[in-house]
Design a protein around this ligand. Sequence first.
Ligand code: UN1
Length: 501
Amino acid sequence: MTSTTHDLLAALGVPAAAATGGSMTVRSPIDGAVIGAVHEAEAADMAEAVARAHAAFLAWRNVPAPKRGELVRLFGEELRAHKADLARLVSLEAGKVTSEGEGEVQEMIDICDFAVGLSRQLHGLTIASERPGHRMMEQYLPLGVVGIISAFNFPVAVWAWNSALALVCGDTCVWKPSEKTPLTALATQALFEKAVARYAGAPAYLSQVLIGGASVGEAMVDDPRVALVSATGSTRMGRAVGPRVAARFGRCLLELGGNNAIIVTPSADLDLAVRGILFGAYGTAGQRCTTTRRVIAHESIHDELVARLDRARAQLKIGSPIEAGNLIGPLIDKAGFDAMQAALAAAREQGGEVSGGDRALAQQYPQAWYATPALVRMPAQTDIVKHETFAPILYTLKYKTLDEAIALQNDVPQGLSSAIFTNDIREAETFVSASGSDCGIANVNIGTSGAEIGGAFGGEKETGGGRESGSDAWKAYMRRTTNTVNYSRELPLAQGVKFDV
Ligand code: UN1
């Protein structure tokens, strides 16, 4: 373990023994150096963890929601106090540039604040009854154990979106983080434990983390005591998880692949569009589920826009994410780089003209995988363009009519995020209308990535249909009961039915 990682883990409260001497080696994508060796759980450990979580749930569900919110408030305080250290660890383990690592921890803080407010607003409706002296109401009640599967690219924020809501909703959590980012998970758990230690009367095991491989995830997915499985990752993972949870009639919240496009119309402010597209396409080295992978530009501005993007792309500073000034960090690993190269080769075969996309900094970091951002001028939306490659690749396409642009935007299997840059109100409103973008997120004059936590986050089609984070996404973490209360001295049946002897 490097001394930096060691110091960070110590500052965050992770005992050194938890991150050393285990069988799962952790490498930093920055330079390929080993930064830890964590202990792996087995499937049987998951069963025990779920049993503990379930026992904790039986107590936690009876704690008043605003009191549950108090624990999340304390956790938010720990995150504020340790923001820089946790962000740094995110940079070391996931390769994010400093401001993005900090942004990720900020998302955790924001969702904690949101959840604290929410803890006083877990409301159902009251509904007019057709019967005299009767009242109908609905309640949202705690659901149970929530299993969280998270991906490497947002190693801690996505867990927080789920757990902050789950905890105020009266649920308990079991977390299986990505095998690529176990250290940030251990650190997050340690911060959570600090909050628990400051909270009087918290049951043990409100939230647990289990580091492990597929068998550990499968044990969670198949366990009937896990009421909700919230899984973020590839469509392939979702295809494995969804049907298994459905087979036991469990609840699933899937947040899977994206293939997000930005339409740029003739009236667009091109300065804004260029900035929005650059961050969307190349921020986080193209490894966000909300990454902009396609630009669909009107033929009248296409060449100018693409030329500007190509020039700006070539100027983005690539390098160690913890050195100031760099904007493009490494890909997570060699497999990520190989997938990028395979996609670029396919794009060339399918008529694409590729700029960039080569390996970068190989001399300086022979064990790490940096790439120059790629821009690919495509003659049409071919197969490879419809495929999600988690890498800094931007495909550009031309359109003539807005209908054609929207049809292209929607003609991919994924449906997460989308945007239009336009100053024409008809175009903007059409894009966000029923016949516009088919995605869960449809933006006007901002890019596809970097969503705020206040809105519901997720998408349609192969993106999986789940909604996390803000708005009323909390409802997925609770069970709804409908209660009809008779305060009269009669027992009238609904629908006028007579049943008297
Ligand atoms: C993800 O990539 O899994 O909207 C989540 C965004 C971030 C979250 C991305 N707030 O880009």
